[in-house]
Structures are given as C-alpha cells and as structure tokens.
Design a protein around this ligand. Sequence first.
Ligand code: FAD
Length: 286
Amino acid sequence: MHNSGRALADATPAGAGDSNLEQRLEAAMPLTGQGQRDCGNRAKSAAHPARVMLCRVDSLTDLSHDTSELRLAIEDGGRFGFFAGQYAQIEFAPEFCRYYSMASTPAEEQLLFHLRRTPGGTAGSYVAQQLKPGDKVKVSGPLGSSYLRDEHTGPVLLIAGGSGLAPMLSILRTLLAREVSRRVVLYFGVRSERDVYHERLLAGLAEDHDNFSYAIVLSEPDGASSRRRGLVHQAVADDLADASAYTVYLAGPTAMVEAAGKLLLGRGVAGCDIHGDAFRYPPPGP
Ligand SMILES: Cc1cc2nc3c(=O)[nH]c(=O)nc-3n(C[C@H](O)[C@H](O)[C@H](O)COP(=O)(O)OP(=O)(O)OC[C@H]3O[C@@H](n4cnc5c(N)ncnc54)[C@H](O)[C@@H]3O)c2cc1C
C-alpha cells in the first residue's frame, strides 16, 4: 500500500506524532473496500531539512481558560521551512521539551502555537507560571507527515479536537490564501462552551471565502446551547454519507483521530488521503 509522507516520516523521531496512522487504520479496516480510490503512486513532497532555532517569546496570550497562543520570533537558525500541518519540538527549559504543532503558515515569519494546559501537566504549568515575553526557547523541526498535500486538488476536510485546531488552521489559512474555489470544511470539536476559541477568526475566514465553512461541535455542553452536540466525528458522519472526494487532515486526542479515521475509511476516503497527528501522551515508544 502507498505510504503517504514517507520522506518526512523518516525525519520524525521514533514514536513522535502519528506517522503510523495509516497502518493502524488499515489494521482496523482493510483499505480495499468498495468505492475507495486507488491512490496510485502519488508524488511525495521533498522534506524540509530539520533545524534548531533559537527563538524569543514575542507574546503569550489566553485563547480560552486552558489554552494560550504562543508567538515566537526566530532570532537564530531560521528561516523555518515547513509544510502546513507539521509540528516542532519546543524546549522551554532542558527538562521541558514537548511537541507542538505550528498554527502559523509557512509563509509567516513568526511562529504561532496553541498550548493547552492538561491537569498536572508539567510543561503546561511551567508555561503558565514562568514563561514570559522576552524569554528564549529552542525550537527543533519540522516534524511529522500529516501535512498539506499539493498533489490532491479535490475538496478538503479538516477535523480538529481541542488544540488540534493549531495545525488545521495552518492548513486552512495556507489553502485559503491561494485557492479561490476548492471546497474546505472544518469541524472543530471541544468539550463545552468555555473550550471554544478562535471563533471570530473562523467566522471571518468563512465570511471572506465562500468555499470555506465550519462547524463547532460540543461533546459535553454544560447548558442550553444552539451549537451542534456530540462527538466531532459523529457530526461528520451525519453530514457526509460519501466522503470519497475529500482529502482529510485530523489532529487532536488519539481517540478522536482514530475514530474519525475509521469513519472516513468507511465513507469512501482512500487511506492515503487521510493524514493525522494524535497528540498522544506519552508519545508511543519505538
Ligand atoms: C505530534 C504531537 C503534536 C502535539 N501538538 C500539540 C499542540 O499543538 N498543542 C498542545 O497543547 N499540545 C500538543 N501536543 C501535546 C504536548 O506535546 C504535551 O504532551 C502536552 O502539552 C502535555 O505536556 P505537559 O508537560 O503539560 O504534561 P506532562 O507533564 O507531560 O503530563 C502530565 C500528566 O498530564 C496528562 N496528560 C498530558 N498530556 C495529555 C494528553 N494530551 N491527553 C491526556 N492526558 C494528558 C497525563 O496523564 C500526565 O500524567 C502534541 C503532542 C504530539 C505527540
């Protein structure tokens, strides 16, 4: 079977991210089902060389009750070449190195990340309590094989869970900056209203681009809400009986990425057109 993103998967440290998503989905459901497309020998993008950059914290702003946006200016070791959808390792201090996906696009000079604090998370606590503008951090990358594929020209489906919105925004804004007609649909799943962020940004993009639409889906709404309810992949299932024309990008919790991947295989998407990064903890071993 065609292995999407091999060139970059090779550059990814063992166990980081989710370069094995395709194999795991294949094990869960053979990819030879009726109606699934044969991907043939798709061209592969050349990898960007990995680099280590010294960066300065430009700003750290709250996006929601538990998620912050980190903006970094590269001071040394750049310019950072990457594909929309990839991630990097950020070293806040020698004992706090974690993976985060770029929310900025490759065309932007500064780097944007969405940092979610998990209960008891040590790097998250360090960021919340100690990191401040002017501090220096090290960024290494790019990493990951779940990046925007240029060889597929059909509609694009993006599914994000929580801070998985970061790489989806990088892909989305890259596509919208250059495409006038290609359909792009984003599903953003969070638990409850207080977890929703960047809604104004999404609404503005939808207003400016007729080919883009999005849905925010709450899995645990804590009161009356006009938003869609349920697990985000279920909302996709309700809307798309046949998804075979789409290229799909997924990011967020492992359970969400795997459930959405399986669903889309069943809805006719070829395995090589499903690209996902699970924000797994801890990253799986080699
Ligand atoms: C490919 C990849 C991309 C990622 N991109 C992002 C990103 O863009 N934004 C972002 O916020 N995070 C992202 N992560 C997750 C991030 O790297 C850290 O794992 C996370 O922020 C927790 O780090 P911590 O030091 O705060 O928690 P740790 O101190 O490492 O963990 C403390 C405790 O928190 C719990 N925990 C930590 N993380 C999780 C989790 N994800 N799910 C469930 N329980 C957890 C565990 O139970 C653990 O015992 C990504 C991870 C991967 C593998």
